[in-house]
Ligand binder design. Structure first.
Ligand SMILES: Nc1nc2c(c(=O)[nH]1)N[C@H]1C(S)=C(S)[C@@H](COP(=O)(O)O)O[C@H]1N2
Ligand SMILES: [Mo]
Length: 199
C-alpha cells in the first residue's frame, strides 16, 4: 500500500474516479502561448531533472498532508517550450478534461511547484493523481490538478472546476484548523504555504 493511502489521505475526484491510469502511454501536451509546443511522454517527464521537495498539500476541505513529493520543476518544462512574453497564467487539464484549474505563471515557476510523479519515493497511483499531477503547496489543494494531460500557457486566468463553483481563484491558504493527515491530529495552520502548524 502506498504511504499516502496508508495514512488515509483523502482521495478527491470531483469529476468521478477515472479508475487505474497507466504511466505507459501517458502523455502531457504543453502548449498555448509558447514558441515550441511539446507533447511529453511519461518517460520523457521522468528523464527531466528530478526535484524532491518536502512540502504539504493542504485542502480547503480541511486536511493537510506532508512528505517528500518528487517530480520536475515546471520551470524545466517551460525552458523547453519557451512561453511567449504575454503568457501570465498556466492552465492544467486533468484526465477526461472535466477538471481544470489555472495558476499564475510566477507561482508555477516557484521552487516547490512540481509536475509531480512520486511521493516518498513511490510512483503516484491514480487515486492520488498518478501518473503525473500538479503539486503546488503555496495554494489550496484544488489548484493541484491530478492526472494532468495538458498544460496550457495563457494570458488570463481561466476559472476551472472549483473556481466556477465559488472557490476563489486566488486560492490563498487562510489560517484555520485542519486535519494533519500525518499525525491524525487536528492542528492550526498559519496561512500561506503550510510548512508548520501553529499553537
Ligand atoms: N482531477 C482532479 N484533480 C483534483 C481534484 C479533483 O477532484 N479532480 N481535487 C483537488 C482538491 S480539492 C484537492 S485538495 C487535491 C486532493 O488531492 P488527493 O486526492 O491526492 O488527496 O486534489 C485536487 N486535484
Ligand atoms: Mo481540496
Amino acid at each position: 500500500m502506498s504511504k499516502l493511502k496508508e495514512m488515509g489521505t483523502p482521495i478527491f475526484w470531483a469529476e468521478g474516479h477515472p479508475g487505474p491510469l497507466e504511466a505507459e502511454g501517458w502523455e502531457v501536451e504543453v502548449g498555448g502561448l509558447v514558441d515550441h509546443p511539446i507533447t511529453f511522454t511519461y518517460q520523457e517527464i521522468i528523464e527531466l531533472p528530478k526535484t524532491v521537495v518536502d512540502a504539504r498539500l493542504t485542502s480547503v476541505s480541511g486536511f493537510s498532508v506532508g512528505g517528500a513529493w518528487g517530480g520536475v520543476h515546471l520551470s524545466e518544462v517551460f525552458d523547453l517550450v519557451a512561453p511567449k512574453a504575454e503568457a501570465s497564467h498556466v492552465q492544467f487539464v486533468s484526465y477526461r478534461s472535466v477538471y481544470t484549474t489555472s495558476i499564475p505563471l510566477g507561482v508555477a515557476r516557484q521552487e516547490r511547484t512540481l509536475l509531480a510523479y512520486a511521493f516518498e519515493g513511490e510512483a503516484l497511483e491514480s487515486d492520488y493523481g498518478g501518473p503525473v499531477r500538479l503539486f503546488c503547496p503555496y495554494l489550496w489543494g484544488y489548484k493541484s490538478a491530478k492526472s494532468v494531460i495538458a498544460i496550457n500557457l495563457i494570458d488570463y486566468s481561466i476559472p476551472g472546476y472549483w473556481e466556477t463553483r465559488g472557490y476563489p481563484d486566488s486560492a490563498q491558504i487562510k489560517p484555520r484548523r485542519v486535519l494533519d493527515v500525518n499525525s491524525g491530529e487536528y492542528r492550526r495552520i498559519p496561512g500561506g504555504e503550510v510548512t508548520e502548524f501553529v499553537d
